[in-house]
Design a protein around this ligand. Structure first.
Ligand SMILES: [Zn+2]
Ligand SMILES: [Zn+2]
Length: 195
């Protein structure tokens, strides 16, 4: 898959954003200006003016729109949603080589609000995934008690859990214990293990 470093960064921010939702994290992670500010810093989002209360509401709303695209039932539906999202915020492709990064494209219009900035950048990143025919890489964690999403950028598209250090390990431990339990049950029942 032809996916540039910039797109990969944008997809990372997209996943971070989607996973801040109350239905994923248990409670709203972007509940106020301080939380949104911390998100901007954590994701290293540049060219953002001071965040205000309006931005909190707008970013939460955008998050819902992005989730709809992420989980769309078909590429047709996702494509239509991407088109209207980036049109609404007047996305403006612009070449830049700021801060010693190589030449790359920014899509947000200069002086966009935070939500519009993110709508343009994350909407275009989703658009590039659709163009590459890679929508199946947009996944939800397979751990039954986890609603986090992730983008599987592994070569063989084999990733199943949001974060191999937490959900992945937890699921492997659970599977191991289940195997031990059934082996022990089999012994109790007088059935030779492995039979
Ligand atoms: Zn840049
Ligand atoms: Zn998970």
């Amino acid at each position: 898959m032809l996916i540039t470093h910039d797109t990969e960064c944008a997809l990372g921010i997209l996943v971070e954003l989607l996973n801040t939702a109350p239905e994923v994290a248990g409670q709203e992670q972007l509940s106020d200006v301080a939380a949104v500010d911390a998100f901007v810093v954590r994701c290293d989002i540049g060219e953002v003016d001071a965040v205000g209360p309006d931005d909190v509401v707008a970013v939460q709303r955008l998050r819902g729109q992005l989730r709809e695209i992420f989980t769309a039932p078909s590429t047709e539906v996702a494509a239509e949603l991407v088109n209207s999202l980036v049109a609404d915020v007047n996305a403006t492709p612009r070449l830049t080589n700021h801060d010693g990064h190589g030449w790359h494209m920014h899509y947000f219009a200069p002086h966009s609000t935070l939500a519009d900035h993110l709508a343009a950048e994350l909407g275009m990143a989703l658009g590039l995934i659709l163009m590459a025919g890679e929508r199946e890489r947009l996944r939800r964690c397979e751990a039954p008690d986890c609603a986090r999403v992730f983008v599987d950028l592994s070569r063989n598209r084999s990733r199943r859990y949001c974060d191999s250090r937490t959900c992945g390990n937890r699921m492997h431990v659970a599977a191991y214990r289940a195997r031990q339990r059934s082996a022990a049950d089999a012994e109790d029942a007088g059935v030779p293990v492995g039979a």
